[in-house]
Design a protein around this ligand. Structure first.
Ligand code: TXA
Ligand code: MG
Length: 334
């Protein structure tokens, strides 16, 4: 299939309405969209990504008023979250509307739904006026795409078109919160922080997998390796001396080493490839750069990549979660 690059919102809408899959920008990462009401269209998403069919997709709508097309009930907590954070990077898991394709939710009777805030995504969704399923527009297992070029690198020839809306502003995916339970449970940390959510609806729970940093039963996406660059990634938790020692010993063993560090530390280390990822005192700048930096390492022949352990405060909770998955939980500690 020939992928049309740089298509307009109108072209993208028409392709979606013809049951094709189209990548489009959101404020978090690029999404790979298809009509959530159509089995044929949704199955094309799974095929293009190589995504396991038991991993449910997020459904995107153009406004909270459209929620009835995707979900069958909206409890009070969910309504408050919609009012506070939509449009924006919060996905709310609710009982599923019967009109949606069964494939979207991998057979579950719940569905994750969100209204993105990116103006291009909003315009597209409002034009289509039907719920659009859209996981991140990467090949399954790869870092999520934060630019149209990332999407093309992964999916050129496999999808109908790509809308280019520039770089994604936030850079990590939406927070996923399950509002079918009391208290609601955060299944995936993301662009909206736990503190922001608790300021609106009070205490929430964290999925067991997030507390224990293990594989998760409830959000099926947690059980696959995600976000991984081609060379193995290892998080180094400790001071600069430990980081330097780790790099030196690995190079002494004849291996080529990449390092992922914050701006503040870039001159403290020597390695075969050094990539910076925002400022330590500004988690938003790290989130914004993280996936691009992980993808950049793939241009080099590397045996291993060592990453700084960034702060886990606020948005750092999402950053740490993605690094843990990208590294398959490999950590070197003092
Ligand atoms: O920021 C985002 O959320 C991006 C943009 C494109 O909107 N989308 C995204 O979708 O990250 P995806 O499919 O890559 O991640 C969906 C996550 C997975 O971890 C999945 O398991 C979880 O949401 N999820 C979706 N529906 C669910 C459900 N009904 N119950 C539990 N978890 C669900
Ligand atoms: Mg994804």
């Amino acid at each position: 299939m020939k992928t049309k690059r740089g298509i307009s919102i109108e072209e993208a809408a028409l392709l979606l309405l013809e049951n094709e899959v189209v990548a489009f920008p959101t404020e978090t990462v690029y999404g790979l969209g298809a009509l959530a009401t159509c089995d044929e269209a949704v199955s094309k998403i799974f095929a293009a990504k190589g995504r396991p069919s038991d991993n449910p997709l997020i459904v995107h709508i153009g406004s909270a008023a459209q929620a009835g097309q995707a979900v069958s009930a909206i409890p009070d907590t969910a309504r408050k979250l919609m009012d506070a954070f939509w449009p924006g990077p919060l996905t709310i898991v609710l009982p599923k509307q019967a009109g949606l394709s069964q494939i979207v939710s991998a057979g579950l009777d719940t569905v994750g739904v969100r209204v993105p805030s990116h103006p291009v995504a909003l315009a597209l969704l409002q034009r289509v006026n039907l719920p659009v399923a859209a996981p991140s527009a990467n090949v399954s297992g790869r870092p999520s795409p934060t630019s149209a070029r990332h999407v093309a690198d992964d999916l050129d020839g496999k999808i109908a078109g790509i809308v280019d809306g520039g770089a994604s502003e936030i850079g990590v995916e939406s927070t996923v919160i399950d509002c079918t339970t009391c208290p609601p449970v955060i299944l995936r940390p993301g662009g909206v922080t736990r503190a922001q959510i608790e300021a609106v609806i009070g205490a929430v729970a964290l999925a067991d997998s997030l507390r224990e940093m293990q594989d998760a039963p409830k959000s099926p996406g947690m059980k696959y390796t995600h976000y991984a660059p081609r060379a193995p990634l290892i998080v180094v938790k400790g001071d600069a001396a430990l980081f330097r020692r780790t790099v030196t010993q690995t190079q002494a063993a004849g291996k080529r080493v990449g390092v992922l560090v914050t701006e503040e530390n870039k001159d403290s280390y020597q390695a075969d490839v050094i990539r910076t990822c925002g400022r330590a005192d500004d988690p938003a700048s790290i989130a914004n750069r993280l996936y691009d930096a992980l993808r950049e390492f793939d241009q080099y022949e590397l045996d291993v990549i060592y990453a700084e352990a960034f702060s886990a405060e606020g948005l750092g909770e999402a950053i740490q979660n993605r690094l843990q998955k990208a590294s398959a939980y490999r950590v070197i500690e003092d």
